[in-house]
Design a protein around this ligand. Structure first.
Ligand code: B12
Ligand code: SF4
Ligand code: SF4
Length: 379
């Protein structure tokens, strides 16, 4: 039997077919909101204002994906909020080996391990996870000019945390406005910094596969993606992670072979204490000498294990559609050693870096890396 549906106003047309077919109308008396009978469209809303409304339409996974695209996300996938045992095990083994280096915030004493590997412990009765991705690809110049160091692609424009956060806020606004039952307390979200295994859930939600370089790699955009998540109490239809063939590594080992420091210690496993990204971003003042000796370009981050990946070929390296992430909105691709090393005050530093990911290593950290790269580039 079809669920009861309640009309307000004086017109008694059919409810949206999609909603009826999926049994998403429930009886809720006297709750008219906006009208949707004359052709409900999730993106533009009611096409015939003034007509009666079905406030009782429950949001579906398809609705969320349409709204995510509208909010500016390049990919959106959905999965259940249950723990992923293989990812939990991988994470435990990674910590046991000390591959988090000095990132104590990743370790169990500092941050409850269960919380990081089990979304139901995130302070919300989590049923589903909405995984979101933003493509940040931008090309490199042919060479690095003399006297300059390079900033990796993810950090050249505005700080991606802010850029992605704004898109999440926009998405939640769209959801809660279109579907009045979906109140804000039904959602919790993070971009990068949450106690949450973003890559594992992104793979589970069908956004891509996990490569030997550890990256989440999608069929459309390769690995040039920022990830973010909304954990929700809503029970949403999950995606089938095998529905799209994103590819796989097979016998390829290009990233492992190309990493200058051997930081990819086994398939998908990165030892942070050997990774340029760790030393330039997270812990620049205490760089290991042997790692530092290999850094010939990078002032912040490292893209080598992505650049060599055949999945990041020209068809998948699609210029980002998000202007704020482009170099002219931030510090750009290159920074001169002279400029960095001549700065003496925090104000000067912030004048150059405010609003970008380059604030992370602070002035002293950036100067330390600049000295190393400058020295290495002499030979
Ligand atoms: C700590 C951290 C780092 C550390 C450690 C990196 C690492 N590989 O663990 C350092 C500082 C080195 C780092 C570097 C970078 N990072 Co980082 N980092 C994180 C952070 C905060 C946590 C990662 C983590 O938990 N690592 C522990 C390992 C064990 O877990 P994992 O790598 O997430 O996932 C693995 C396991 O879950 C396992 N797994 C999952 N499911 C399953 C199932 C089975 C069956 C098995 C066997 C295994 C398995 O495989 C996964 C991939 O290896 C995440 C954000 C987040 N909250 O997740 C960003 C994140 C992973 N970083 C990101 C980026 C962009 C980078 C850099 C590219 C930045 C740069 N240009 O310099 C580099 C890439 C280095 C690399 N090859 O990984 C993105 C990755 C996006 C993507 N497409 O994958 C993330 C998701 C941030 C974001 N929100 O966009 N990062
Ligand atoms: S980011 Fe650079 S240093 Fe780190 S694993 Fe990849 S290639 Fe190696
Ligand atoms: S370079 Fe090769 S091994 Fe590494 S992630 Fe890409 S396909 Fe996999």
């Amino acid at each position: 039997m079809l669920p009861v549906w309640v009309l307000s106003g004086d017109s008694a047309r059919q409810p949206p077919l999609r909603a009826v077919r999926q049994g998403h109308l429930t009886a809720q008396k006297n709750q008219p909101t906006c009208g949707c009978l004359g052709g409900f469209d999730i993106l533009s809303g009611c096409k015939q204002p003034g007509l009666p409304v079905y406030s009782q339409i429950m949001i579906t996974s398809d609705d969320i994906k349409q709204l995510a695209a509208r909010a500016g996300f390049d990919l959106c996938g959905i999965c259940s909020a249950e723990p992923i045992p293989e990812a939990q095990a991988q994470f435990m083994a990674w910590l046991d080996k000390g591959y988090q280096a000095e990132m104590n915030w990743m370790a169990p004493e500092e941050q409850n391990l269960e919380r990081r590997t089990d979304p139901s412990r995130l302070g919300i009765d989590a049923k589903s996870v909405i995984m979101l991705a933003v493509n940040y690809y931008q090309p490199n110049s042919d060479s690095v000019p003399v006297g300059y160091g390079q900033v990796s692609r993810y950090a050249r424009g505005r700080d991606y945390h802010k850029v992605v956060e704004n898109k999440i806020k926009k998405l939640l606004k769209l959801i809660t406005t279109r579907f009045p039952d979906t109140t804000p307390e039904k959602f919790k979200w993070w971009v990068d910094y949450g106690p949450f295994m973003e890559r594992a859930y992104a793979a589970k939600a069908g956004l891509g596969f996990l490569g030997k370089n550890g990256m989440l790699i999608s069929r459309k955009f390769g690995s040039w993606l920022f990830l973010a998540e909304i954990v929700t109490t809503l029970e949403l239809e999950p995606d089938d992670p095998n529905a799209v063939n994103h590819g796989r590594c097979a016998k390829c080992t290009k990233c492992i072979d190309a990493c200058p420091t051997g930081a990819i210690v086994s398939d998908g496993v990165v030892d942070s204490s050997l990774c340029f990204s760790y030393w330039t971003v997270e812990n620049p003042l205490h760089t290991s000498e042997s790692v530092a000796a290999q850094n010939r370009h990078s002032l912040l981050g490292c893209d080598i294990c992505q650049e060599v990946c055949p999945h990041n070929n020209k068809h998948r390296s699609i210029l980002t559609a998000h202007d704020e992430l482009m170099p002219d909105h931030g510090v750009g691709e290159f920074l001169s050693f002279e400029k960095i090393l001549s700065m003496t005050t925090r104000e000067e530093f912030l004048e150059m870096t405010a609003g970008t990911a380059l604030t992370r290593p602070k002035l002293e950290g950036l100067q330390h890396t600049a000295r190393i790269v400058k020295e290495n580039r002499k030979t």
